[in-house]
Design a binder for this molecule. Structure first.
Ligand code: RB5
Length: 145
């Protein structure tokens, strides 16, 4: 798969671990930064990842900041993005099956790297179920959310 990833300064080390993991699994990763620990503004990186996802240059996006909340809020303001802030494998599976989330977000200061990697794996192994869920996604899009 092709995966876009972006983060702020709170999550650079975790981002590097995730890139290593995904590349080892044979995926192509588009790393949109930041690669530094200097303070940056998370909306900038959220927008970069979302633009790549909306343009279909990646199959999905991963965003990280300290809590995961800032990048989630930013991502969900981009038309066509359904970003899910994940915290366990169940939410990871369900957001693919039911919400067809195209961006997944994590808080690097609130979760361990092993749990984040398991969530990414669970999301990637899950399939969107369509059916009644598509009606609800259509509602999200038609209300201009
Ligand atoms: C940066 O200090 C922090 O505010 C950011 O990483 C994130 O947690 C915001 O939601």
């Amino acid at each position: 798969m092709k995966i876009a990833i972006g983060n702020d300064h709170a999550a650079t080390d975790y981002k590097n671990e995730i890139v290593k993991f995904l590349e080892k699994e044979g995926h192509e990763v588009i790393n949109l930064g930041t690669d530094s620990h200097e303070s940056v503004d998370y909306p900038v990186f959220a927008k970069k990842v979302c633009n790549v996802v909306v343009e279909k240059e990646a199959d999905f996006g991963i965003l990280l900041c300290g809590t995961g909340i800032g990048v989630s809020i930013a991502a969900n303001k981009v038309e066509g993005i359904r970003a899910a802030l994940l915290y366990n494998e169940y939410s990871a599976r369900l957001t693919k099956q039911h919400n067809n989330a195209n961006v997944i977000a994590f808080g690097a200061r609130v979760m361990g790297i092993d749990l984040i990697l398991s969530c990414i794996k669970a999301y990637m192994e899950s399939e969107y179920e369509g059916g009644r869920h598509q009606r609800r996604i259509d509602m999200l899009e038609s209300c201009g959310c």
